[in-house]
Design a protein around this ligand. Structure first.
Ligand SMILES: [Zn+2]
Ligand SMILES: [Zn+2]
Ligand SMILES: [Zn+2]
Ligand SMILES: [Zn+2]
Length: 204
């Protein structure tokens, strides 16, 4: 049986009119889509397409079905007020910025264990991390080994880390942690009083 005869018989078999129309449209579209000049409409609500002559040198094509303006060169909706070069340059910049943003976002929630390099995600507020793979403990912000910090103190944190705290002489240390200025004053007076008493005791 020739192809033509087969198509004729198949068409007859499609008794449902709707199906037949769909078939007609479909085969037309298939034939068109094989044409190098065929372009489909980029409107999200339209699935039409048509032949566009002139290629990228005449980038605008208006959809005959929905009147949507498309850019053939950029394969997107027509960019009003921009040439194709301008549009594409702007998109490149935007994409670069998006990549940078998502990379920064990922870095905020995901880091590598400094010991075994397993990826670790941060899902609560605590910066004291324990690797689920190797149990290594480290600071989320500066990656310092947390066991050393526990043993030796906060001066081990990286100086730029939020938790870094230098070793101070004891009195200064307490002075620095007093938050209320009146407390500080009271504390100083107490210190002076203590010094006086100590002095008197020494004199005696
Ligand atoms: Zn359209
Ligand atoms: Zn364009
Ligand atoms: Zn680990
Ligand atoms: Zn840290």
């Amino acid at each position: 049986m020739s192809t033509g005869a087969w198509v004729q018989r198949s068409k007859k078999k499609m008794s449902n009119k709707k199906h037949f129309e769909k078939y007609e449209q479909g085969s037309l579209r298939v034939a068109l889509a094989e044409d190098d000049e065929y372009r489909h409409c980029f409107s999200t609500t339209c699935d039409a397409g048509q032949l566009h002559h002139g290629g990228v040198d005449q980038p605008i094509f208006t959809c005959q079905s929905c009147q949507h303006k498309n850019c053939v060169a950029c394969e997107i909706d027509w960019h009003v007020d921009e040439t194709c070069d301008q549009y594409q340059a702007r998109r490149r910049t935007e994409r670069g910025e998006e990549d940078e943003r998502s990379r920064a976002e990922m870095e905020k929630i995901s880091k590598e264990c400094p010991e075994c390099h397993a990826p670790i995600e941060k899902n609560d507020g605590c910066d004291h991390m324990t690797c689920s793979k190797c149990r290594h403990e480290f600071c989320w912000l500066c990656f310092v080994d947390y066991r050393n910090v526990r043993r030796e103190g906060n001066q081990l944190y990286n100086k730029s880390c939020l938790y870094y705290y230098p070793i101070l002489r004891e009195a200064e240390d307490e002075f620095l942690v007093a938050e209320d200025p009146e407390d500080e004053l009271g504390f100083l007076q107490e210190l002076e009083a203590a010094a006086r008493i100590a002095g008197q005791n020494e004199d005696a």
